[in-house]
Write a protein of this length. Structure first.
Ligand SMILES: [Zn+2]
Length: 257
């Protein structure tokens, strides 16, 4: 079975067929999905999906692109949602310096730090979004040595990957790994130990080749597993089994599935 560690089924692009897609996942070999939140409302929606579907778990968090105006009420809401039995991580949190219209960097950092502190307090792993902000994200990792987590859709260097791996962090890879122009990601995937890799789709975004540009969903995850298997020189079944076990360990779900 496959574990999709990152899919946004609360996204409006699933409004017309969300139930049909989610119901079809088990027969497609998808055994579990973590749906990260991007705002307090989207975190609430993630929890609602987790309550409704056995295979869905939630992460709760404020995404850097969506954190404008984040206030105490939002942090209190996250803390309350994180107490839910199917809330398995704080995410997706992080820094995004790519889009100019994103909230100011200092504010993004403040919001991320609050959520790193919350993860530490609740002893939950974090799911990090890092776009064009590698240096500041690494500083945040160093500032919270008690926090463990994952960089989703990892796009950093092998050097930064080594620092993260040494600190017990995991790296998530998705459709971007299958793109023809992918350079750094395959290099890092080759370097990282197999037991620290997590598979993800980031649905509805980043559909793997040969579906690039289409709406993504977890049923395309096997294409990512195949790419990982090819990079590691193992069979697809082994990549599937090992990444499944990695995700159970990472989200502390061992013995529950
Ligand atoms: Zn995401």
């Amino acid at each position: 079975m496959f574990f999709d560690t990152h899919a946004h089924y609360d996204d409006e692009r699933f409004d017309n067929d969300r139930d049909a897609v989610l119901k079809s996942l088990p027969e497609a070999g998808i055994g579990a999905v973590v749906n990260p939140g991007c705002t307090a409302d989207s975190s609430r929606a993630a929890i609602a999906l987790a309550e409704r579907y056995d295979i869905v778990y939630a992460a709760v968090g404020l995404h850097p692109e969506n954190c404008a105006g984040a206030d105490e009420a939002d942090f209190a809401a996250l803390e309350a949602l994180a107490a839910h039995p199917k809330a398995v991580a704080i995410g997706e949190i992080g820094l995004d310096y790519y889009w100019e219209e994103n909230p100011p960097r200092a504010f993004q950092k403040e919001v991320m730090a609050r959520q790193m502190a919350l993860a530490e307090q609740l002893d939950l792993p974090v799911v990090i979004h890092d776009r064009d902000a590698h240096g500041d994200c690494m500083d945040m990792v160093r500032a919270f040595p008690g926090v463990r987590g994952e960089f989703h859709c990892y796009s950093g260097s092998v050097e930064d990957a080594r620092i993260l791996l040494d600190r017990g962090w995991y790296l998530g890879f998705g459709g971007a790994l299958t793109f023809k122009n992918a350079r750094k990601a395959p290099e890092v995937a080759a370097y990282a130990p197999l037991d620290r890799l997590l598979l993800e789709t980031d649905s509805p975004y980043l559909a793997p080749v040969p579906f690039r540009g289409k709406r993504n969903d977890s049923r395309y995850l096997p294409y990512v597993a195949e790419r990982i298997a090819a990079i590691k020189g193992i069979c697809a079944e082994e990549a599937e089994r090992i990444t499944w076990e990695n995700a159970l360990r990472f989200f502390a779900l061992e013995g529950t599935r």
